[in-house]
Ligand binder design. Structure first.
Ligand code: KIV
Ligand code: ZN
Length: 525
């Protein structure tokens, strides 16, 4: 009999706990809509009690995103649960997800309590959540390190109190697949009440075992997988959605009757969107979604692939939405050709967006003569994920050399005015960044700087990514160009534009709040 594994996507909650991956409301909604296209079953959109901004974002997702169950996380305290409920109750299918640590380490060190009190706390919390919402998920946090007898006792009481999903998280990524499978198998055996609930896996990747542990739990009887796109998440991340889904799909002889409803062809597009909006590049060799996941470089492998793809390919790239990029475009390729290639990697642009990409493409094609389709895709992403350009680079000139003091001179457009600055620095990029800070009138801490050649050719486009911090918040920026200094400067400016947009949004939210004080239910923080 076919047996469905529910995909619970927590990219917007656990994934967003990555430092600097914080998303604005509009970006959360954009990702949530793509998760609908991917056909996940449950979207965990955030942690509403953590900030008024997140409350607003989760409520907007709940109101606007149709299809999946919408949930968010709440600590096992009434005010968190009330805030979560306030945010998700507008969804057609809301869920309350709440949690409490059940391992002795958590009970003694975090709560200075004892097992009986924690058990009662779990039960009271579930009963309260159930009084608000019929769909209640309870996570026994640190379940992989929880004493097994106590875990059984807790799970039984939690299900009897009304929880419909029981999550058994490996919060610290400590378990091995055998242990996880054994835990789930024995839990099902010892707690007959579990027949009335779905068992969920939520595994962290501290030992690189998150996907393996999730799959082991599923084989042992769990029917929900909590995953994130690209495996992002707290510390080393969570089990990756694309890995769990593709393992179940590819290894039918192992997973037999099990299946998910995920539309695998949407995987590549979702991965790129999450990476771009969160400013988190995907490692090249990442399974399923890394640039190299379907690249065959050794001569022997290439020869095998040409004879029969099954020699070295276990997944067809097109099944996960990766198209074979064999085309090269030139300045003579018209808009129609561009449109055709853009739709082949799953994007549909408005006329204005197509126009903007076409102009950028012509600028690149003029410099490079030939543009690879991967490079076109980078231009499309820049257009799709761009922020309002409060600042725009108009001109840059740099000087550098072994005997010279590095210098940069910049001309930047800010609204209607044009501002110029010049500075020296430790290198030309440092000098240019100093110019920008002077123009903006604000200092930023540069946390990361990365440069990546989009293709392997000598004249490949360079893509620069930066992460900057100001007042404790991190902003990401990315830009590409045939000139890496220009890419680096534009990436810095795009991160700053993101900061400006966020400042504007917060100002507007503060103003709106002052106006509506006393009217709308505010999150009780
Ligand atoms: O890792 C974890 O245990 C969690 C729970 C709160 C679900 O994220
Ligand atoms: Zn987690």
């Amino acid at each position: 009999m076919a047996d469905k594994v529910f995909i619970f996507d927590t990219t917007l909650r656990d994934g967003e706990q990555v430092p600097g991956a914080k998303l604005a409301k509009e970006q959360k909604v954009e990702i949530a809509r793509q998760l609908v296209a991917l056909n996940v079953d449950i979207i965990e959109a955030g942690f509403p009690a953590s900030s008024p901004g997140d409350f607003d974002a989760v409520r907007t997702v709940a109101r606007e995103v149709k299809g999946p169950v919408i949930t968010g996380l709440a600590r096992a305290v009434r005010k968190d649960i009330d805030t979560l409920w306030e945010a998700v109750k507008v969804a057609k299918r809301p869920r309350i997800h709440t949690f409490l640590g059940t391992s002795d380490i958590h009970i003694q060190k975090k709560f200075k309590s004892d097992r009986d009190k924690i058990l009662q706390w779990c039960v009271d919390t579930v009963k309260y959540a159930k009084s608000l919402c019929p769909d209640v998920e309870f996570s026994t946090e640190d379940a992989a390190r929880t004493d097994f007898e106590f875990l059984c006792r807790s799970v039984e009481a939690i299900v009897k109190a009304g929880a419909t999903t029981i999550n058994v998280p490996d919060t610290v990524g400590y378990a091995t697949p055998q242990e996880m499978a054994e835990r789930i198998r024995r839990l099902k055996e010892k707690v007959p009440a579990l027949d009335k609930a779905v068992i969920s896996m939520h595994c962290h990747n501290d030992l690189g075992l998150a996907t393996a542990n999730t799959l082991a739990g599923i084989l042992a009887g769990a029917r929900q997988a909590e995953v994130t796109v690209n495996g992002i998440g707290e510390r080393a991340g969570n089990a990756a959605l694309e890995e769990v889904v593709m393992a179940i799909r590819t290894r039918k002889e192992v997973f037999g009757h099990l299946y998910t409803d995920v539309k695998a062809k949407e995987i590549a597009k979702t991965s790129k969107m999450v990476s771009a909006l969160m400013g988190l590049p995907v490692q090249r060799n990442k399974a399923i979604v890394g640039t190299n996941a379907f690249a065959h470089s050794s001569g022997i492998h290439q020869d095998g692939i040409l004879k029969d793809r099954s020699t070295y390919e276990i997944i067809r790239p097109e099944d996960v939405g990766v198209t074979a990029h064999t085309f090269t475009l030139t300045a003579r390729s018209g808009r129609a050709a561009l449109k055709h290639h853009i739709s082949s990697f799953g994007h549909s642009l408005t006329d204005a967006q197509l126009d903007a990409v076409y102009q950028k493409f012509l600028a690149v094609a003029d410099k490079k003569k030939e543009v690879k389709v991967e490079e076109l895709e980078i231009l499309v992403q820049e257009e799709l994920f761009k922020v309002p350009e409060t600042y725009r680079l108009e001109h840059i000139q740099v000087l550098s050399g072994t005997q010279a003091t590095p210098m940069a001179a910049l001309r930047v457009r800010r609204g209607g005015e044009v501002v110029e600055e010049a500075s020296t620095g430790n290198g030309p990029i440092d000098a240019a960044y100093k110019c920008i800070e002077r123009i903006v009138g604000h200092e930023f801490t540069l946390l990361n700087f990365g440069l990546n050649a989009v293709t392997s050719g000598e004249d490949a486009i360079g893509e620069a990514t930066v992460r900057i911090r100001t007042n404790g918040t991190i902003f990401a920026g990315a830009a590409s160009s045939t000139d890496i200094i220009e890419a680096a400067v534009k990436a810095y400016i795009s991160a700053i534009n993101r900061w400006v947009a966020s400042e504007k949004r917060e100002k507007a939210a503060r103003k709106g709040k002052r106006k509506s004080r006393g009217k709308a239910p505010a999150p009780s923080l």
